[in-house]
Write a protein that binds this ligand. Structure first.
Ligand SMILES: C[S@@+](CC[C@H](N)C(=O)[O-])C[C@H]1O[C@@H](n2cnc3c(N)ncnc32)[C@H](O)[C@@H]1O
Length: 358
């Protein structure tokens, strides 16, 4: 009987050691033994584990900080014939569904890593994905119409002749192909950083939360705001923003009645009344940022926050663990904390935080 052999997660190229360390730490916490198989700059990590299915349920893959997408792997195939890559995949999928008495998958996606080598497979993934979808549908192995609420089948091309096959649960997986939301840079946005905050709202909040927590007329401050990408995103969401930076904001923002620019130190400034949001993109030591963010919640200066932690070059997973622990300790109250290395993040992660209702 085919077995789930492990978890396979995609990450930013170069961050495989961080994702591997995260897998080790999180699985050990949950009482699962396993080991990570990684290759530097490959853009993915395999975590081999006896009870991968149970681990995936307990882990909630969407909470991985360095994993953009995580699938439960049940087959690894060599696709020896370039003329017929589909047959071995169809056979493996049928075997898995039959052996486990499962209904067809909701849909299929053919993916590759977001690393130099992987990106060369983009064309093949697209064309092969279209062909495979038709074949799997004809064989009754995926639903007659794509259903993203059902379990999704993933075929992950490692190169032209090998792939991993697995699945993800729509409740705990990224809805985006390869875990990457395709956001377009808006012509009016003052900086590319705007995409980071847009992605943070999209990935770290669900649709209900966005509607509830980001409403017209709410108040916010943006620490380290210049040239104004994050402020611009907040204004577009209807918020009234105090933007803190010694540097200048883009002119169009300065003219907005929704923006007040203060030349002040983001580590010292605090509001006179509780704000709905505090966002922070200051380039500083992550521990210093984490502690200051904690003070904001300890003092009830804000209800919600998105902040970035810029990571050092070494021991980045340990630094993240330490910073998040420190942050919660300084907050001194129960918090909802979600962290992710977003697609638009480079050597950094983004954190959403909110004080839990008493
Ligand atoms: C990465 S940029 C922010 C980009 C911005 N989020 C955007 O979307 O355009 C970092 C900013 O933090 C500011 N900064 C660094 N330390 C600061 C401090 N102590 N107080 C205020 N701003 C600070 C810098 O002046 C710089 O403009």
């Amino acid at each position: 009987m085919p077995n789930a052999t492990g978890l396979l997660a995609y990450c930013r190229a170069g961050f495989e050691p961080e994702l591997a360390a995260e897998f080790h730490a999180r699985s050990a916490e949950l009482g699962f033994a396993g080991y990570a198989k990684t290759q530097r700059d490959s853009g993915f990590v395999e975590f081999i584990c006896d009870d991968a299915l149970a681990l995936s349920r307990e882990l909630n893959a969407s909470t991985l900080i360095f994993g953009r997408q995580c699938i439960v792997q049940f087959a690894a195939l060599n696709l020896v014939s370039r003329n017929d890559r589909a047959t071995p995949i169809v056979n493996a999928v049928r075997e898995w569904l039959t052996a486990n008495d499962l209904k067809p998958f909701g849909s299929v996606v053919v993916e590759h890593s977001d690393a130099d080598e992987g990106r060369q497979l983009a064309g093949l993934s697209r064309s092969f994905g279209n062909a495979l979808r038709g074949i799997l549908r004809k064989e009754g192995l995926i639903a007659p119409k794509d259903n993203r609420h059902e379990v999704q089948l993933h075929v992950f091309l490692k190169d032209e002749t090998s792939c991993a096959i697995g699945f993800s649960d729509s409740r705990t997986s990224s809805p985006f192909e390869m875990g990457i939301p395709r956001l377009r840079m808006h012509a009016d946005a003052p900086s590319r950083s705007a995409l980071k905050l847009e992605e943070a709202f999209l990935v770290l909040l669900d649709a209900n939360e966005r509607a509830k927590f980001l409403r017209d007329g709410m108040t916010a401050c943006d620490l380290g705001a210049a040239p104004g990408g994050w402020t611009w995103v907040l204004v577009r969401n209807g918020l009234q923003v105090t933007s803190i930076d010694n540097g200048p904001l883009r002119e169009s923002l300065m003219e907005s009645p929704r923006v007040t620019h203060l030349r002040a130190d983001g580590f010292k400034w605090s509001p006179s009344r509780t704000l709905d949001w505090m966002v922070c993109d200051m380039v500083e030591q992550p521990r210093r940022v984490a502690e200051r963010m904690g003070e904001w919640f300890a003092n009830d200066w804000c209800r919600n926050s998105v902040f970035n932690l810029k990571l050092p070059m070494k021991k980045r997973w340990q630094e993240v663990e330490l910073c998040l622990e420190r942050f919660e300790a300084v907050c001194g109250k129960p918090m909802t904390v979600r962290a992710k290395q977003l697609y638009h993040d480079r050597e950094e992660i983004t954190v959403f935080a909110q004080a839990k209702k008493p």
